[in-house]
Design a protein around this ligand. Sequence first.
Ligand code: C2E
Ligand code: MG
Length: 611
Amino acid sequence: MWSVFTLNRPLVWTGIAAMASMSLLPTLMLRLAALVMVIIGGMDAWRQIRQESTRRQLTEAALMLSPDGVLISNARNRIEAVNPAFTQITGYSDEEIRGLDPSVLSSGRHDKAFYENYWQSLNATGQWEGEVWNQRKHGDEFPEWLRVRAITDDKGVVTHYVGLFTDITRHKAREQDLQRIGFEDPLTGLPNRRRLHDLLASRLQRLRAGEELDIVLIDIDGFKAVNDAMGVDQGDRLLSRFGQRLAAFVAGGVVGRLGGDEFMVIRTTTYDDHEQWVEGLRGHLSEPFEIGDKPLRLGLTIGSCRAPDDGRDSGVLFQRLESALYAAKRHGRNYSQRFRPSLEVDGDPQLELLNELRQALAHGTQLELFYQAQYYLDDGRLAGMEALLRWYHPTHGMISPGTFIPLAERHGLMASLGDLVIDRACAQLATWRQQGLSCVPVWINISAVQLIQGDLESRLSASLSKHNVPAAMLGLALTESVLLDERAGDISTRLVALRGKGHPIAIDDFGTGYSSMAYLKELPVDKLKLDRAFVRALPDDSADAAITSAVLAMARGLGLDVIAEGVETQAQRDYLHSEGCSMVQGFFYARPERVTDVEKRLKDDLDISLS
Ligand code: C2E
Ligand code: MG
């Protein structure tokens, strides 16, 4: 059934010819010689039949064992045979399906054009490969990866089609998980910042005559103290109860978490009662929360605005809400502030900070690069270092990059700040190389804005050649959101060029955005950085553990390295190691450190490799 048996060996044909001519031969000797040839031909034919039969048995055994479904149909496209995996995946037994058209499996999800294209390609090239949604015998649909080949006879006429398919339901579910994670806050299950932007934009678009939007940004007063006093688990529980209570209050509205202890609420309304509504919300949330063994009453700082009065664009409204929230915070705790235009100009602490950042950039002295070591899990060797920017403010002390980088991005300073990082990292690499120290790459973070506004490529090459450092020593970490940002142009081509120059490329915060498998496969990427958010609750949190192993499996499939961020405990390290993660970064190993401290690590690593 699996192969066509043909007598294609010369000895067999010679034997047949000898048999046919035997009676015509004049002498006994010649007849005896012909008989010998008949016997030799017969033995060769027998050997061939045995070989064919063994080959057929082996092929059949392989197909029986194959986890992929196999389907063979004839030239009229009627099914002739299937293997056990086919039955397991589709629910149809060999007897049930034999003689039927493979279209009995069709789910109806694909249109006529899809099948036309399928047949066209199969007829023209003799093969087809792609994703197909089919239907099992009991009706549920499933995605499969299908490869089909047309089998032809000696004259090139199609005799059979052989289809091989893999059920990719689980792999799709992982993809969907990752997609969901891109839009959902994992702790509360509420929409995250990115999703809130979309929801606000769509509510604005669908506003009808007489309708307005009330929007609030709520910050829980002293949440850090709750976390410190009661532990992070209780803190998480409080945040999730808080989210639930908010959602119950604004049925029909939108409730989301922007991160940390910041929540956002949007409602569409025809009432002109903004202030009362905000106070109603505060009242509802002021009822005590039962966390731990005593009731906890929360103070709330609220910034609010109303659309379209305060703006029609979701980006502008977000900024205005933040200005209102800052104004409320400056006023003191447990206070609500509605946006008004003067807030944006007078005494906005953000604007003050921005001016100071401008000066810091001009002088350069308050800005410093710290380095955080990254290690291989297998042998504990140094794998690389991440350069992280620090700003020492003369009066506020150290300001987190989580605060000043977004500020620089919003107000056009990021390209210069990015240039400063590139130049400092290259200069540092050059010094270490002169001292015979560094042989691990330094990774710098690249902001979306650098790709969109700045001339990143030329800044990189200028700095590398100024300091005489090879591009392979300077890794570039880009967040998933950057990869999906259309404003960065054809990112894939740009990355190919950067990698072509020698830069290693990593995707930062992996798992927090949504990169489809198909897209990722196309990108020239060396490494994924698994986001801290998933590592934090390992190994006990089963959802995070599942995501971690899904990411690791996916990366393995794509031939990518994974580095886990935010490893703080031995248990996290052990779990990641057992799941096949190759590299780690986190406080368990090293905090971001000054150059002098990092140099000690570089020396130690050099000693290990020399010994
Ligand atoms: P990131 O790229 O995800 O950097 C890792 C952050 O995680 C760093 O925070 C680091 O200090 C912190 N971290 C590392 N290990 C642990 C751990 O075990 N536990 C915890 N809780 N945290 C850990 P940092 O330095 O505050 O930087 C925050 C973010 O600011 C960075 O996130 C990056 O997105 C941005 N950033 C920092 N420097 C630069 C820069 O030079 N350029 C750009 N574009 N962004 C930067
Ligand atoms: Mg990073």
